[in-house]
Design a protein around this ligand. Structure first.
Ligand SMILES: Cc1cc2nc3c(=O)[nH]c(=O)nc-3n(C[C@H](O)[C@H](O)[C@H](O)COP(=O)(O)OP(=O)(O)OC[C@H]3O[C@@H](n4cnc5c(N)ncnc54)[C@H](O)[C@@H]3O)c2cc1C
Length: 483
């Protein structure tokens, strides 16, 4: 019987655990799911209880499993929720759905006799290799053995920007974690949010509700909030196939920008349809770029792509527009120069920025600064204990541009010599460097399906071609040998 371990209790962990359970027959495997300290299922995005935090994907496409994209809407209807397929519903509802699906799959699997454990503890270390198997130690000190391990740990913990001084970091007026803020005793009058992407929008909406009198400022290099979805998706772009062909013909980001601009120039063409029509090709296109072109994309185009691709529901766009009209929200295009404790105002921070395109530096005071600059995927700079340990062990490596982990297109971690480890997979945001797009549920669930389908067979093959198990060190002795 194969022993499988999934690490991470968010939507990606849920998708791959669910896929294993749906496929498994008694005796196939013994599955352990390490979900960390939080309740399994919801992860970061769907743990929010705020009704104003909406999904940015339409309900009709949020089913957890790749072969049933409509399952969420079907579930919502059984619950009597007033949801239609085109709606963007509260993420909290989606979290309820995830929990319900997982409970159903786990109960069903156990009733069928599948061995399955859920442990509310972090994985502290992973050691081993395909030939000898893997050993996972939990933060409680339990040692588990596995033939295959899936890392679904989401993005890495946020790290304060380099421009933030030590004293500002240590103060209660700065938070690098956009999901958990210190609640000041006195309502802040000036709140600064660093970033203008989806996470920053969450923070702005929450701050606006918590502190109705606060002045909000969002800052990013380009000062662009995400674009808005239309009420209903537009007609597919008729020339999408030839556009994709043209992009494939020349993997160069300047050429790509020209081609896409030419496509959307026609006023009969809905740009959102063109962008959405590229989604299924994004991973392939990204993989065609060499490191130089990828770096150019990151420098010059990423912000433009992100704001067009990760769009907001219209309700959210309208809310932000209202805040701006009321003068409560300012969006600034600027470079952060420094954030420090204020020289004269106790408890406040001084934010120094250089507005985009201008020479001088502007400075203003803030009672609270929330860093919401997007997913942290820098493996080189992270202090995530498991990633640090796996890197020091030589079984995990940063992607060439430090965009997550070095893996192949199916998430197999690459060894130092560049060959893939069949028994060690990654799923989710840390695949940014390998396939760019693996943060949204549609991509996560497709890869989860592929992992659950392929990994058991690959492990069987690896076992058959490896030296007899009797000649291999037992995993427990392997773990202590490596330790
Ligand atoms: C604000 C926001 C809104 C979003 N909205 C949408 C949307 O509408 N539609 C969509 O498709 N996508 C959306 N996303 C993308 C979202 O990232 C994915 O849909 C999905 O939630 C990612 O799940 P995950 O499991 O990869 O990561 P996470 O949710 O981060 O879960 C990872 C889990 O692993 C745990 N973990 C970490 N280290 C360990 C360890 N050592 N041992 C055990 N556990 C560990 C973490 O504590 C965490 O619980 C949104 C993201 C954000 C930030």
């Amino acid at each position: 019987m194969q022993r499988l371990i999934v690490i991470g209790g968010g939507a990606a962990g849920s998708a791959v655990v669910g896929e294993f359970l749906r496929r498994g027959q008694p005796g196939d495997f013994d599955l352990t799911w390490l979900v960390g300290r939080q309740a399994p299922g919801r992860g970061v995005a769907y743990s929010t209880t705020a009704e104003h935090h909406l999904l940015n994907v339409r309900a009709a496409n949020m089913g957890l499993f790749a072969d049933d994209a409509g399952a969420f809407i079907a579930y919502a209807q059984t619950q009597g929720w007033p949801v239609k397929g085109l709606d963007f519903v509260p993420r909290a509802w989606y979290g309820d759905y995830l929990e319900a699906v997982l409970a159903r799959e786990i109960t069903g699997a156990r009733e069928r006799g599948l061995a399955m454990r859920v442990l509310s503890v972090d994985a502290a270390s992973v050691r081993g290799d395909d030939a000898n198997g893997y050993s996972v130690r939990t933060a409680d000190g339990e040692e588990l053995v596995a033939d295959g391990v899936v890392l679904a740990i989401g993005a890495l913990p946020s790290v304060a920007l380099a421009e933030v001084s030590e004293s500002a970091r240590a103060s209660h007026a700065y938070t690098a974690d956009p999901w958990h803020w210190p609640l000041p005793r006195k309502a802040p009058e000036r709140v600064v949010v660093l970033g203008t992407g989806l996470t920053a929008v969450d923070a702005l909406q929450s701050a606006a509700r918590l502190w109705p009198n606060a002045q909000l400022t969002a800052i990013s290099r380009h000062g662009r909030l995400p674009r808005s979805h239309n009420a209903a998706p537009g007609q597919p772009y008729e020339q999408q196939a030839s556009l994709i062909e043209a992009l494939r013909a020349k993997p160069n980001v300047a050429h790509w920008l020209r081609e896409i601009r030419a496509a959307i120039q026609d006023e009969d063409v809905e740009w959102r349809s063109v962008v959405d029509g590229l989604r299924s090709e994004t991973q392939n296109l990204w993989r065609m770029l060499d490191a130089h072109e990828r770096a150019r994309f990151l420098r010059h185009l990423r912000w433009l792509w992100e704001s067009a691709r990760h769009r907001l529901p219209q309700q959210t766009t309208n809310e932000l527009a209202r805040l701006r009209t009321q003068g409560r929200l300012k969006v600034l295009a600027a470079h952060i120069r420094s954030i420090d404790t204020h020289a004269s105002e106790r408890g406040q921070l001084e934010v120094r920025v250089q507005p985009r395109g201008a020479e001088g530096v502007r400075s203003f005071a803030a009672d609270l600064v929330i860093q919401a600059t997007g997913f942290n995927i820098s493996v080189k700079a992270t202090d995530h204990p498991l990633i640090r340990q796996m890197e020091s062990e030589g079984i995990a490596h940063p992607d060439e541009l430090d965009l997550g982990l070095a893996t192949d297109a199916e998430g197999r971690l690459l060894r130092a010599d560049g060959t893939p480890a069949h028994g060690l997979r990654c799923l989710g945001t840390l695949l940014r460097g390998s396939i760019w797009e693996c943060s949204g549920l549609p991509e996560i669930r497709s890869l989860a399906k592929a992992i659950a389908r392929d990994m058991p067979g690959e492990l069987r093959q690896a076992a058959a071609s490896a030296p007899a198990r009797a000649n291999r060190p037992r995993i427990s002795s392997l773990a202590s040998a490596v330790a």
